[in-house]
Design a protein around this ligand. Sequence first.
Ligand code: PHE
Length: 346
Amino acid sequence: MAEPILFNEWTQLENKALTQLSSCTIEADLQKWHTQYFGDKGEVNQSLRKVSTIPPAERKSFGQEGNRIKEKLARAYETTLRELQKKALLADLNSAPLDVTIPGRYCPQGRLHPATQVMREIDSIFRSMGFQIYRSREVETDEINFELLNMPPHHPARDMWDTFFTTNPGVILRTHTSPGQIHVMRKLCPNPIRAVLPGMCYRKETITARSEIQFEQVEGLVIGPNITFTDLKGTITTFARKLFGKERQIRIRSSYFPFTEPSIEVDIDWPKEDPNADRLTKGTGWLEIMGAGMVHPTVLRNGGYDPDQVSGFAFGLGPQRITMLKYGIDDIRLFWANDFRFLKQF
Ligand code: PHE
């Protein structure tokens, strides 16, 4: 009779597979076992395929028995797999216990660039005085950088700024933050303004210890009814004392900028005790920190304001200059040279 032989075959297969399974000690053995029995050409499938060779009447019970054993082996495989993985994990934990005395990996800590530190200090002083802070673009049009600031093409005052031009006619890198005045005025007109605009500027210069092709400026702009020169003076004095200390004196010299009238330059006295004083002030005891003045009526008009109704003042200061003063840095090229020996000191 065919039946007992075939059923016998299933029992043999089951016994053989389970014995082999129990002798698997690592996961790799187990995978081999799995291929041997459950692969496409594995023994389980091969036995199942024999169903076509047995008499039709016995096929059903043959198949049922086969499937029962197939499922049993699959479950046994899963259980063994989990056991082996658990064993491997435990062995791993025991053989390499956690060594808490191993030194940690060095993780370099970043810090704020000295320019950023001073910029934040300047921003917070102006915020404490009621100024809003505006960002403005670094790529400008000739029109806004010069023309609307009262410098028509070929105006000799343009020589004060050596300019980077782009291949796009009329588009330049801004030479100062003053074009931001036009943007803020056009945005806020007809409201009063009390704003500072910090940002990067670019000038085509020979790079020396005193001049770089890129540097930051902070532009200030105040516009409203009855704003006077006294307000300008009070604002800069307060700012300088907040930044440099209560005892500091400021000195105002008359100057010229096309977009302010009258125009001034502002110096701060430098303590004689400072060993760098002579070098920084070229022996005068005074150090220039900003240009400023009353906003020119033409500029007010270009910003949308009526110079008969409002007046205003503007100033532009150089934070790199101020940082050099504060920390006794004697070369402006250090700021953007990415030299850790310099940056680590702040
Ligand atoms: N923009 C001027 C400069 O770069 C400084 C300045 C700003 C002067 C605002 C007057 C008013 O030299």
